[in-house]
Design a protein around this ligand. Sequence first.
Ligand code: ATP
Ligand code: MG
Length: 394
Amino acid sequence: MTVPPAPAGDRPAAATTPAAELRFEEVVKRYPGADAATIEGLSLTVPAGEILVLVGPSGCGKTTAMRMVNRMIEPTSGRILIAGRPTAEREPAELRREIGYVIQQTGLFPHRTVADNIATVPRLLDWSRDRIAARTTELLDLVGLDATFAGRYPTQLSGGQRQRVGVARALAVDPPLMLMDEPFGAIDPITRDRLQNELLRLQRAQPRTIVFVTHDIDEAIKLGDRVAVMRPGGHLAQYATPAELLLAPADEFVERFVGADRALKRLALGRVRDLPLERPALVRHDDPSAWVRAQLGDAEVPYPLVVDPDGRPVAWLDEDDLAAERVDAAAGSPVAIVSRDDVLRDAFSTVLAHAVQYAAVVDDAGAVVGVLSSDAVARELAPAPAPAEPEPAA
Ligand SMILES: Nc1ncnc2c1ncn2[C@@H]1O[C@H](COP(=O)(O)OP(=O)(O)OP(=O)(O)O)[C@@H](O)[C@H]1O
Ligand SMILES: [Mg+2]
């Protein structure tokens, strides 16, 4: 058991359990009476602390694959290992207490308060009341619910709040492994986006090994360190990082599943900082136009960028603006401004919304550090070259 023992002083349980590697070895599941196997020889390894997303059409065996991990379903053959230890050697009840499990919607006990729901496994493990209370407070805070939620019942919560409680409950004993079966499936897109971001934030704060099931390829690409695309019959169509999946779908099935807009989806993966920035000519209001023209020679951007005394972008100038003797910032065009941390998709739409197809990239203080061009983004969108094959000697 990896749950830390309750110390005598009843400190709240510190989140210290190391994440565990998860490994499927030639796992087969054939339900009794079924003609074909539901899972056919599934082999994959999820490194400790990573999110594996299982994605695929309905009925392809995602839930089956996931439930074999905590022995809610027994494999017909093959092995599953958690931190190198075969699950078959473990008591199913013990395994289930150790593995966090979030299921869709119906997961909470309706007649128990939020606090009691969260305390389910700690109670089974005989934690003291003080330790449970402290952990509950800590978890509610972690999932963004204030303490007044502790006494409410699931029916008194919104769908998104219920999901948060589900996540808090699964995290209660700081599991080395979490299973999440379409946890955000029935939630409106905005709340869903927020819950996804919160999951990523929790994951950055303390990485766990997570198996996350979804139908939604966009969710898979956003959350997964690795994505397993399954096809009916429990075959693994591709197991890859999101970028690999988008750049080089293994076959037509994956390509269709990933979608015709996969080039655009790739923009959701990158950040402005990933692209080479261009160097503009930075000038000031009232600079002599002749001097400004001379600066353009060294710049990588055809327009001078007017900045204020703190280096913050003010306006783009064009040839007409330089007809005057001195720079008049008020005559220039508005500047699209993006930060180095922005995702490329958002930066691209900002650039497209402006007449000048260059965005000023700024640092935390708002000062210009470079320029992102729509061309640079378009190059990022260009189809990737096929995996390198040895060139025949010319
Ligand atoms: N207990 C069972 N007995 C017999 N067949 C089952 C059982 N549970 C699931 N199946 C079958 O196994 C296949 C895979 O089911 P599973 O629930 O794993 O799919 P899934 O990928 O999670 O689908 P969904 O996306 O709809 O949740 C389905 O064809 C299903 O009918
Ligand atoms: Mg399912």
